[in-house]
Ligand binder design. Structure first.
Ligand code: ADP
Length: 875
C-alpha cells in the first residue's frame, strides 16, 4: 500500500508513529508542512489555507497546510497556547550535498510546559512544567515545578486531601503552571486543572517509578544522593515527580539541559499556606475574572525594572514567610532603600540596563542563544559590575548578601566585546557577527572575499570600457554564481571570447575564464567564512556555558535587589509604613487601606482600624448594608497581612502583625457554574476545608457565608461555624465575619471573644450615605427598606415591611414574648422543628433571587403573601 507514497511521505509517517500525540512540522525547503489530520487542525486553529497534495497511506488525497519557516515560531506558539504539542522535524543533512531524499528527524517537541523561545513567552512570569505524583496508598502527593527557560526547579510533598485535591489546586493557583504531567489524574481534578488553563499530559508510568526517577536525577546532577538537595527523607513522591519532570523535559528538548543545576524543596513550615480560593478571592496575582494583572496586588506592587525582579516579586507574593527574623531582614532592606533615595534611584537606573540574564543563561546552556543575546548579556553584566561598585558597604544584610552574589564577569564582558560586533544581526545565517581581530583565519578569509569583490568591481569597469557596453553589469546569482549581464540592444557588441551561460528576458548572461576563476575563490572564501563564523560562535557559546551557574546566581541576586528597591518606591509613593512583625497572635492595624481599591478611589478611600488582640477580640462580626464596605475592609486586613509577611511595607499608618500561618477567605454564594456544583455545596466544601485546616495562628475571612441556602439553614450553619472558630476553651483563629444574618449579632453576648462592628451610615432625609467607617456595635437599621423605597416600591409595601421588621426586632430582643414563631425559627438548629409543608415556604424555596428584577421580586412577595394568607389567615 505504501508503494505509491513518496519517500518524504514515508518519512512523515515514521515521525508520526514516533510522536503520535504531536502535530508534525515537517521541514520542506522554506516551509514547514503539516499533513493529514494535523493539517486539518492547523488550518482550523491558525486560520490558514488547507490544500491537498499527493496521496496518503490509504491512497486518498493528502490534506496539507504549510507555514513559512521564518514565521514558524509565531505559528507554533499559537498552536501550543491552544494546548497542542508540536514536533519540529528538520532536514538534518544539507540538501545541496545529498542526492535523493535528505534525512529528517524530530529535533524538538514543543509543549505548553516546555516552550522556551523568547518570542513565545512573557518575561514577567516563570513558566512552569508541573509533574504530579501520588503514592500507592494515595496518602501523599508529590509535585515538581520546572521552569526550563531559567533552570529553576523545586519540589513539594504534601498530605493528600481527598478526590478533588485542593492541595494540588492551591499550588496550581500559586505557581500557575502551563502543563501538568502525570500518570493519571482524577477526573474532578483534571476538570479543575483545565479550567485553570493547565494542559494535562499523560506521561508513562515508568518515568515515575521511584528507582528510575531517582536515577534520572542523580545522573543529571552527577551526585550520589539527593541529600544535598534536602530530598532524601520523606520526599519519595516529590522525588518521583521531579525525576519524571526531568525525563519529560529532556525528551522533549532533545538536549541535556545543563542549566538545570539544582533542585530545591519548598516546605510548608516555611511559607504561609494560601489555598487556591483565597489567592483568587484576594486577587493577589490574578483578578477573579481572569488573567489580567490590573486590579491585582501584584499590579500595585510591581514596579520592578527587570524581568528577574518581576518574577521574584511574583514568587514572593504567593509565598509569604513564617519567620519574624526572615521578614524583618527583608523589611530592613526596604527601609534602607526608603531612607536612601540616591542609592535607590541610582540602583534602579543601573537595573534598567539589565536584560533577562537568567533566561539568556538558559539559552546559552541550551545552545540557542542569538548574537544579540550575547550583546545583551554583555551590557547586563556590565551593569551588574556597576551595581557591585555602586552599592555602599553599610547596607543591611539582605542587600549585602545579594550584592555579594553578583558575580564579577569582567572576563566574559571582555570576551564578548572582542568577539561580537556592536550591532550584530539577529542570527548567524548571513555572517557578519564576529568582530574583526578576533580570529586571524577569519580576517584572512574576509580579506580574500573582500579583494575578490573589489576585483569584480574593477573587472566590470574595465569590461565596460573595453567593449563599449555602458550598461554591462557583473551580477551574482545563487544558482549561477557571477556572470556578465548584457541587455538585448547591446548583444552585437559582445566580444567573441565571452562564453554564453544563460538567456534571460532582457538579455543574456556570459562568463569568462578569468571571472570563473575569481568566482571560485570568492565562493569558497564566503562559504568558509560562514562556516568559520558559525564555528567561532559555537566555541564562544561553549565557553560561556561554563558560566551558567554564575549567571543564574547573579540573575537571582539582581531580582532580589530589584524587588527591594521597587517595594521601597511603592512604599514611598503610596505612603505605606513598616509593619511590626511579632510572634504573638494579634493583628493591630491603624488606618488600614485596601491597596488596590485605594488606587481606584484616589483621595477618597476611608481608612479603618482593626484590633484583634487575642484577648477580648478574636472574632469580629461585621454587619452593614450591601455596598457599605464590608468585603473591602476584610480583604484589606488579609492583604495587609500578606504584604507584611512577604516583607513589604503596608497601606496603614501603623500595623503590628502576629505571624499568620494561613489565610483563608471565603465569599458566600460564589458561582461555580462551570463545574456544575451547586452554590451551597461549594460554600460548604470551602467551609469544610477551613474548619479542617485552621489553626490558632490562622486568619479567617468569611464574607456572607451561608447565603447559598435558606435563611434557617444559612443562619444555623453560619452560627455553628462561628462558634467553632471561636473555640470553646482556648482561643481560635483571628476571624472576620461579615454577615447579613442580623440575628448573629446576639452571639456577642454568649461568646466572650466575639465583637460586633458595623459600617456607619449617614441618613439625610431620604438619602443614605455610606461613610465607609467601621464602628463598634451592630447596626440597628436595615437599609434594605430604604433602598426599596428609593427604587419606587409602593409606600404601602415598605411601611408594612417596616412593621414586620419591628415585630421581628421585638421577638429577637425578648425571646419567647413578642415573636414566638420567629424565635422558634432561629432556634431550629438547637431544637429541630418538624418539617413544615407550607405552600408559601415551598414556593419561596423555588425562587432564585439572583434572577429576579425588583419588579418581579415585588410580584413574588404579593404571591407569597397570598399563599401564606391562605394557610394561616390574616395577621
Ligand atoms: P460590601 O461588602 O459591604 O457590600 P464592598 O466592600 O464591596 O461592600 O464595597 C463596595 C464599594 O465601596 C467598593 O467597590 C469600593 O469602591 C467602595 N469602598 C469600600 N470601602 C471603601 C473605603 N474604605 N473607602 C472608600 N470606598 C470604599
Amino acid at each position: 500500500m505504501t508503494g505509491k507514497m513518496t519517500p518524504a511521505m514515508r518519512q512523515f509517517y515514521t515521525m508520526k508513529e514516533k510522536h503520535p500525540d504531536c502535530i508534525i512540522f515537517f521541514r520542506m525547503g522554506d516551509f514547514y508542512e503539516t499533513f493529514g489530520h494535523d493539517a486539518e487542525v492547523v488550518a482550523r486553529d491558525l486560520d490558514i489555507v488547507l490544500t491537498a497534495r499527493g496521496k496518503d497511506r490509504e491512497g486518498n488525497r493528502m490534506p496539507l497546510a504549510g507555514v513559512p519557516y521564518h514565521a514558524a515560531e509565531t505559528y507554533i506558539s499559537r498552536l501550543v497556547s491552544k494546548g497542542h504539542r508540536v514536533a519540529v522535524c528538520e532536514q538534518i543533512e544539507d540538501p545541496k550535498k545529498v542526492k535523493g531524499i535528505v534525512k529528517r528527524d524530530v529535533v524538538r517537541v514543543i509543549t505548553p510546559g516546555t516552550v522556551i523561545d523568547e518570542s513565545m513567552i512573557g518575561s514577567a512570569h516563570a513558566r512552569y512544567l508541573m509533574a504530579l505524583c501520588q503514592d500507592g496508598g494515595r496518602r501523599r502527593v508529590g509535585m515538581a515545578f520546572l521552569d526550563i527557560s531559567t533552570g529553576e526547579f523545586f519540589v513539594e510533598e504534601r498530605d493528600a486531601d481527598g478526590e478533588d485535591m485542593g492541595v494540588v489546586l492551591s499550588e496550581v493557583e500559586r505557581y500557575r503552571p502551563q502543563e501538568c504531567i502525570a500518570v493519571s489524574v482524577p477526573p474532578a481534578l483534571e476538570r479543575r486543572l483545565s479550567e485553570e488553563g493547565v494542559v494535562v499530559t499523560t506521561f508513562r508510568e515508568e518515568a515515575f517509578e521511584p528507582a528510575r526517577a531517582r536515577t534520572a536525577l542523580l545522573e543529571h546532577f552527577g551526585t550520589h544522593s539527593l541529600e544535598g538537595f534536602g530530598c532524601e527523607e520523606g520526599m519519595d513522591t516529590a522525588v518521583r515527580a521531579a525525576g519524571a519532570a526531568l525525563i519529560y523535559a529532556t525528551e522533549t528538548q532533545f538536549t541535556a539541559l545543563s542549566h538545570i543545576t539544582g533542585l530545591s524543596v519548598r516546605l510548608p513550615a516555611e511559607q504561609m499556606a494560601l489555598d487556591a480560593i483565597t489567592l483568587k478571592n484576594l486577587e493577589v496575582t490574578a483578578t477573579i475574572r481572569g488573567e489580567g494583572k490590573e486590579g491585582t496586588l501584584l499590579h500595585v506592587l510591581d514596579r520592578t525594572k527587570t524581568a528577574m525582579g518581576s518574577r521574584t516579586l511574583r514568587d514572593r507574593l504567593v509565598n509569604p514567610l513564617l519567620s519574624v527574623a526572615g521578614i524583618n531582614r527583608r523589611l530592613d532592606a526596604v527601609e534602607y532603600f526608603c531612607g536612601n533615595t540616591a542609592v535607590r534611584t541610582g540602583l534602579r537606573d543601573l537595573l534598567r540596563g539589565c536584560a533577562d540574564i537568567e533566561r539568556i543563561a538558559g539559552r546559552i546552556a541550551y545552545g540557542n542563544a542569538t548574537p544579540r543575546d550575547l550583546i545583551n548579556l554583555m551590557t547586563s553584566l556590565d551593569a551588574v559590575s556597576g551595581i557591585r561598585t555602586f552599592l555602599p558597604d553599610d547596607v543591611p544584610p539582605e542587600i549585602a548578601d545579594a550584592c555579594g552574589a553578583l558575580g564579577d564577569f569582567s572576563d566574559v564582558i571582555d570576551l564578548i566585546g572582542r568577539a561580537i560586533v556592536d550591532e550584530p544581526p539577529a542570527n548567524l545565517k548571513n555572517g557578519g557577527v564576529i568582530r574583526g581581530g578576533y580570529s586571524p583565519d577569519l580576517d584572512e578569509l574576509r580579506g580574500l572575499s573582500g579583494s575578490g569583490r573589489s576585483w569584480i568591481a574593477e573587472f566590470q569597469q574595465s569590461e565596460r570600457e573595453r567593449t563599449g557596453i555602458k550598461s554591462l553589469k557583473v551580477k551574482y546569482n545563487r544558482v549561477f554564481g557571477y556572470s556578465i549581464e548584457v541587455t538585448k540592444p547591446n548583444l552585437h557588441l559582445v566580444p567573441p571570447e565571452y562564453e554564453r551561460r544563460q538567456t534571460t528576458a532582457n538579455g543574456e548572461r556570459f562568463t569568462t575564464p578569468a571571472l570563473r576563476e575569481k568566482e571560485t575563490i570568492i565562493t569558497n572564501a564566503d562559504e568558509r567564512l560562514l562556516s568559520l563564523e558559525a564555528e567561532l560562535f559555537a566555541g564562544l557559546i561553549q565557553t560561556l556555558a561554563g558560566y551558567t551557574g554564575g549567571f543564574q546566581e547573579t540573575g537571582r541576586a539582581v531580582g532580589v535587589l530589584d524587588v527591594h528597591a521597587a517595594l521601597a518606591g511603592v512604599a514611598l509613593h503610596n505612603a505605606y509604613s513598616r509593619p511590626e512583625i511579632t510572634d504573638n497572635t494579634k493583628t493591630i492595624i491603624r488606618d488600614g487601606r485596601h491597596p488596590v481599591v485605594e488606587e481606584m478611589t484616589p483621595g477618597a478611600f476611608v481608612p479603618n482600624d482593626t484590633l484583634i488582640d487575642g484577648g477580648g477580640d478574636q472574632v469580629l462580626i461585621i454587619t452593614g448594608a450591601n455596598m457599605a464596605g464590608k468585603s473591602t475592609y476584610m480583604r484589606a486586613v488579609a492583604l495587609i497581612t500578606i504584604m507584611a509577611q512577604i516583607g513589604s511595607f503596608v497601606p496603614a499608618s501603623y500595623a503590628s502583625i502576629g505571624l499568620v500561618d494561613r489565610v483563608f477567605t471565603r465569599v458566600g454564594a460564589s458561582d461555580d457554574l462551570a463545574s456544575g456544583r451547586s452554590t451551597f455545596m461549594v460554600e460548604m466544601q470551602e467551609c469544610a476545608n477551613i474548619l479542617n485546616n485552621v489553626t490558632d495562628r490562622s486568619l479567617v475571612v468569611l464574607d456572607e457565608i451561608g447565603r447559598g441556602t435558606s435563611t434557617i439553614d444559612g443562619y444555623a450553619i453560619a452560627r455553628a461555624v462561628l462558634e467553632y472558630l471561636h473555640g470553646s476553651g482556648r482561643q481560635g483563629p483571628r476571624t472576620l465575619f461579615a454577615t447579613h444574618f442580623h440575628q448573629l449579632i446576639e452571639v456577642e453576648g454568649s461568646l466572650k471573644r466575639v465583637r460586633n462592628f458595623h459600617f456607619a451610615v449617614k441618613e439625610t432625609g431620604s438619602e443614605v450615605i455610606f461613610l465607609r467607617k467601621i464602628i463598634p456595635g451592630a447596626t440597628d437599621k436595615s437599609y434594605g427598606v430604604h433602598v426599596a423605597r428609593l427604587a419606587g416600591v409602593p409606600a404601602k409595601v415598605t411601611k408594612r415591611a417596616e412593621g414586620i421588621i419591628r415585630d421581628i426586632g421585638n421577638g429577637a430582643a425578648s425571646s419567647g414574648k413578642g415573636g414566638p414563631k420567629y424565635t422558634q425559627m432561629l432556634l431550629i438548629s438547637d431544637n429541630p422543628a418538624p418539617p413544615v409543608h407550607n405552600p408559601a415556604v415551598e414556593a419561596l424555596r423555588r425562587i432564585d433571587p439572583d434572577t429576579l428584577s425588583p419588579r418581579q421580586a415585588l410580584e413574588k412577595i404579593y404571591e407569597l403573601r397570598k399563599l401564606a394568607g391562605n394557610e394561616e389567615g390574616s395577621e
